[in-house]
Design a protein around this ligand. Structure first.
Ligand SMILES: Cc1cc2nc3c(=O)[nH]c(=O)nc-3n(C[C@H](O)[C@H](O)[C@H](O)COP(=O)(O)OP(=O)(O)OC[C@H]3O[C@@H](n4cnc5c(N)ncnc54)[C@H](O)[C@@H]3O)c2cc1C
Length: 413
């Protein structure tokens, strides 16, 4: 179905149409017809891996999002959000796996790049044979999402540590949940601390190739949904990597982490919109054919009110998300991604849009009744897959804290 929702056309780079068409075609022909099988594939990941490889390598998604200065397509935040929408419209688990793979590398990408790491990893990520997989290992076994509470607790409770021994970092810790773990990841961006007392200078992002001695990935978890994405425990036991594998250094890594969360907020919102668009498509089809009380469901006034609420949620989510994507693309006007201001503004986007997603999926299920709850109806899959988007990146609390901190100058943590 044609995309009926508003988009700021003047902000969309001209060159992005071909890839978007290719992803839409991949979604319609390769993913949607088999997406129910992705749930059964949660332990093997064969189907998902094949779909992710075809997206990332054959279609060139991985190349397209890689920086232009390093031979990639140099996609900006707007095009990137559009691609994310198209992938998530078919399957949000696959969208999580594909986008997080490259997102893990954004702390060392331009504008503030770590040249050494970019030169090392570019040939792997631009491989035309294999899907090279990145993973951001943030959530800590002990302190959970508090690792992302950079301006609140400042890394005081981060249990994953790194200390410099000669010209090597020695990393120790236990992470839970990183997207693309479970044996899939080729490289981890490990969010850790160089000083258990915390503080912005102690916050560190250290890159650890998955094959380094001392790294162990557990078995994939079985979750309610999002089987296209693999998650597991990851242990780092006296893992040694060269000193230059730290993203930047004291202070700068905390800034890189904020920038990373700002772009993750907009990416999550784009993913939510992709799901909402497909929910809308499923609902349109249902309301066009389902007759209740002798009349098409959509012709009942009480139903029309709900349908209008669903459209309003998607329209406003789109406006909010693309405004913030545009702001990320124009640091000359709005400032860089790493400021507490941009973090707070984009936390608003993630909080609001993921809440709209939960409302939209629930309202759609109310209208579709038991068919919406049945496996054969696909809505049920979105219902299971989507809730995590309001839970990850610190649930509701961390976005709320960052928002109150900047807009109200609140010191809450
Ligand atoms: C499909 C999927 C993909 C994921 N991808 C990744 C990934 O790529 N990398 C990664 O590292 N993790 C990832 N996660 C983990 C996810 O980000 C976390 O589960 C999430 O951030 C919440 O952390 P937690 O589960 O440890 O809960 P906790 O951090 O224990 O939070 C529990 C509750 O406490 C609230 N809370 C947290 N801090 C505060 C505070 N300071 N004040 C008040 N309330 C607070 C939270 O909002 C939440 O309501 C993923 C999880 C899933 C299921």
């Amino acid at each position: 179905m044609t995309d009926l929702f508003s988009l700021p056309l003047e902000w969309i780079p001209e060159g992005s149409a071909a890839l978007l068409d290719a992803i839409r075609d991949w979604a319609d022909k390769q993913v949607i017809p088999v997406r129910r099988r992705i749930d059964e594939d949660w332990e093997q990941h064969e189907l998902s891996h094949q779909l992710l490889r075809s997206l990332s390598v054959d279609l060139g998604y991985q190349w397209a999002v890689w920086p232009e200065a390093y031979g990639g397509g140099g996609m900006n935040a707007i095009s990137s959000a559009l691609c994310t929408e198209e992938i998530a419209r078919a399957d949000s688990g696959l969208a999580t796996a594909a986008t997080c793979s490259v997102w893990a590398m954004t702390p060392v990408m331009p504008p503030r790049e770590n040249r050494h790491l970019m030169e090392l990893f570019t040939p792997k990520f631009l491989s035309t044979d294999e899907w090279y997989v990145g993973s951001a290992a943030i959530t800590d076994a002990r302190s959970g999402s508090d690792v992302e509470n950079i301006d609140g607790t400042g890394g005081r409770y981060v249990a994953t540590t790194a200390h410099l021994d000669g010209d090597e970092w020695v990393v120790n810790g236990h992470k839970l949940w990183p997207t693309n773990s479970g044996g899939l990841a080729d490289v981890f961006a490990v969010f850790c601390t160089t000083d258990p007392a915390g503080g912005p200078d102690a916050f560190a992002i250290i890159y650890v190739p998955a094959g380094t001695p001392g790294v162990t990935q557990g078995k994939p978890y079985q979750k309610a949904g999002m089987a296209g994405d693999w998650n597991s425990d990851v242990w780092f036991d006296h893992v040694r990597v060269p000193a230059e594998f730290r993203a930047h250094g004291p202070g700068a890594d905390a800034e890189a982490a904020r920038a990373f969360i700002s772009s993750g907020n907009v990416g999550t919102a784009a993913q939510c919109i992709g799901v909402m668009r497909n929910v809308f498509e499923l609902l349109r089809e249902w309301c066009d054919t389902r007759v209740v009380g002798g009349t098409l469901l959509k012709e009942h006034t009480i139903t029309a009110g709900v349908l209008a609420d669903i459209v309003t949620a998607i329209e406003t989510s789109r406006s909010e998300t693309y405004l913030k994507a545009r702001m990320l693309d124009r640091p000359d006007l709005y400032g860089p991604r790493h400021t507490p201001e941009m973090l707070a503004r984009t936390r608003v986007t993630k909080l609001f849009v993921s809440d709209q997603l939960t409302l939209v999926v629930n309202k759609a299920m109310d209208l579709m009744g038991a068919f919406g709850y049945a496996r054969e109806g696909d809505l049920e899959k979105h219902w299971r897959d989507s809730k995590i988007m309001s839970l990850w990146m610190g649930g509701r609390a961390l976005p709320q804290l960052d928002i109150a901190r900047w807009f109200f100058d609140a010191q809450s943590y």
